[in-house]
Design a protein around this ligand. Structure first.
Ligand SMILES: C[S@@+](CC[C@H](N)C(=O)[O-])C[C@H]1O[C@@H](n2cnc3c(N)ncnc32)[C@H](O)[C@@H]1O
Length: 279
């Protein structure tokens, strides 16, 4: 199937990215979503629930969710690119993958979903695209249904408590500005959600451990964070603020040395934002 447009604003869609997304899934599921697919503990979804996952990537959230719900629950997973979709043999009959954009979902999906989830599109959606995405969520969610957005907060990205962090702070700020991304989803998305009519909007920011001295979870966080900054490399080189690939690699080495020295920490860079469409 032909791709509709570049799936990412700047990340590369390659095998490294597919593995990175799958490797980080359970770590963020544990630390940010507290092991819950549906973050809002007050929600109990009926057995005929229809769920949307937007920006599904490798589909890991939808496939794992399907293992925890009755087969009568329908899960529609969309992504603008089908490149990372799982092979049909791994997809249960109540899960459906569609190549679609959250900026323009099928017309016939109006009021189709009881619950919609989207994770980690802060690198993929520009400021104006977020506006469209939120209105599309509102259109396709049933009255009384819920939306859940898990994402990272560009302007709170902290990788270490040492001086190497300053360089990455500049990189994140420049990337955000150049690509017109939302620097802080915790302040901007609630406004957009409210504007289209969502109610009971809640924001929860959660820390993740990064650093070799923070036990096995800190080690996982370190590897995942390193893969995250590595995935940004092509975009950073295009920014023109580093003279060579080696210079960027050296900055990654410096941050790794700080992680070894115990300068990591519990950094609050991610959040879950959830809300209800009024009845
Ligand atoms: C960083 S990945 C996150 C994937 C997945 N949500 C996860 O947590 O592993 C961002 C995903 O958003 C998808 N994407 C980008 N723009 C999109 C759009 N307009 N509509 C739907 N998906 C989009 C990309 O193709 C990519 O799969």
């Amino acid at each position: 199937m032909a791709e509709k447009r570049n799936a990412y604003v700047f990340l590369e869609q390659n095998e490294f990215e597919r593995t990175r997304l799958n490797n980080q899934f359970w770590f963020y599921h544990k630390h940010i979503n507290l092991d819950r697919f549906i973050h809002d503990e007050r929600l109990s979804l009926p057995s005929n629930t229809v769920i949307l996952e937007s920006g599904a990537g490798t589909g890991i959230w939808s496939l794992e969710l399907a293992k925890t719900v009755p087969a009568s629950v329908t899960i529609d997973a969309i992504d603008i690119s089908s490149k990372f979709f799982p092979p049909p043999s791994r997809v249960p009959s109540n899960v459906h993958f569609f190549q679609d954009s959250i900026l323009l979902l099928p017309r016939e999906w109006t009021s189709r979903f009881d619950f919609a989830s989207q994770k980690l599109l802060s690198t993929a959606l520009t400021n104006s695209e977020w506006r469209l995405a939120i209105s599309e969520f509102y259109r396709v969610i049933k009255p009384g249904g819920h939306v859940q957005l898990m994402d990272f907060i560009w302007d709170q990205w902290t990788l270490s408590r040492g001086p190497a962090n300053d360089y990455f702070r500049v990189v994140f700020r420049e990337l955000c500005q150049k690509h017109n991304l939302i620097p802080n989803v915790t302040t901007e998305l609630p406004k957009l959600l409210e504007k289209v009519g969502f109610i009971d909007i809640r924001v929860e920011s959660r820390p993740t451990p990064v650093g070799f001295d923070l036990g096995p979870e800190g080690e996982k966080g370190t590897r995942i964070t390193k893969d995250g900054v590595t995935s940004l490399k092509p975009a950073v080189l295009k920014l023109g603020i580093v003279s060579s690939e080696k210079e960027y690699d050296d900055h990654i080495l410096s941050i790794e040395e700080e992680w070894m020295k115990g300068l990591g920490g519990q950094f609050t860079m991610f959040c879950v934002i959830y809300a209800q469409k009024s009845v």
